[in-house]
Design a protein around this ligand. Sequence first.
Ligand code: NAD
Length: 480
Amino acid sequence: MAARRGDVTVPQLSRTAPAPAPGVVHLGVGAFHRAHQAVYTDRAMAATGDPRWGIAEVAPRSADVVAALRRQDGLFTVLERSGDRVTADVVGSVAEAWHAPSDWAAVAARFADPAVTVVTLTITEKGYLADPVTGALLDDDAVRADVAAVAAGERPRTGLGLLVAGLRGRVAAGAGPVTVLSCDNLVGNGARLARLVGEFADRLPGSSGRELAASARFPSSMVDRIVPATTPADRADAARLTGFADDAVVAAEPFTQWVIEDDFAGERPPWDLAGAELVADVGPHETAKLRVLNAAHSMIAYLGALAGHETIAAAVADPAIRPAVEALHRDVLATIDAPPGWDLPDYAASVLQRFANPALGHRCDQVAADGSQKLPVRVLPTILAARAAGRPSGAATLVVAAWLRFILAGRSDDGRPLTVTDPARDALRAVLPSDVARVLRTAAVVPDELAADDAWVADVARYLDELARHGAAATAAALA
Ligand code: NAD
């Protein structure tokens, strides 16, 4: 097979050996999954020579990535970028790819396949359809429509609906125990997902959420690798380095980490042989990663976008912004315990070093997307813990104000329009920004105890005002 690239015809990736047999179903075929779980699975199969752990990819929405993977026999390239250095690896763990809206019968059959013993997910934080404060399943039109679809035996539309319908089909087929492993950035992602699956199933007539949730194990996992959205330069580099056209290429940093709670219902891919850590409790790892790495990422994204930086690397190199991030890390490190074997100050420093990798080109507006889903797990716990301990948390509070400023202004301080993606965007913009208490309540992001804390709300209002009057760089510099 060949593909046109401008005036040139280049060959397309294709297999010379059989694809692995599907043993894992994955929901959400995004860039992160391809550069993370798919790579671990590829290496695990290579380490043992056991080809039973191929991935059946299920895209809940996008047909493009499915079409690309099919054209390429499931093969795709992972570029590793560090400074000027770029290397390319072709990953072969994808056994097949399905577009759920067009191929639901095939997806349901894979869920009910006894050879499949693990289901993994990267459907983004908002894909869990959970209330960001309470963690309960939403009761909105999308959920109601999907509950009705699953009840009627029709194709679900949401990632959660696909999972519930797939698990019900598996129980009905008696296909044996299965493990559902969330790989999204949520605290206690396993327990959260089990709860949401249970609450979804409870809304189905004659169905017991408890029974469905009990039919599977839901271990938690902590995932880490910076994987920006793919760019045309990535496609060009992949073609140059491998000689093949690749429409499913992803580019990532060299660092990669996966800590998994060792609680599987049956067999699993030997991910430990590929560098994953299997532990009894992922909690401390998740907490440290979300509050040190992800919180800093959000702060850099909002301040950076407002200050006119396109990328995270440019923003973290800004001498006005970096000290504010270090101040955030001081807020965080005063409120968490180190996971076994971790040195938290070293970890915080290494995170900033990784963000500074200019080769990644991670865009501020990509990291800034969906703050209403991300801040409750990344930033608010630090503020709540500091309050409980009677400690200040000015830097963490500035992140909340910068997020609001990013949404409400929709422009950088030098007037350039910003891409603002957030489920709370329109509701927030409908409220007068001067009424910060109401803005915070409208977003339904901040827990009641915090929204009712007049002193804290006044701090947010003050930062919001400073951001508007002096700009992000000056406000950040004044903080440090
Ligand atoms: P992406 O935009 O490349 O892919 C997102 C995937 O989720 C797509 O397959 C999309 O179809 C699906 N999706 C999006 N919204 C959905 C919804 N409402 N319901 C169901 N599916 C939905 O993003 P990505 O970079 O692959 O990141 C996906 C997730 O992986 C993140 O949200 C995060 O939880 C986790 N993660 C990403 C990174 C990273 O650096 N990119 C790092 C750690 C963790």
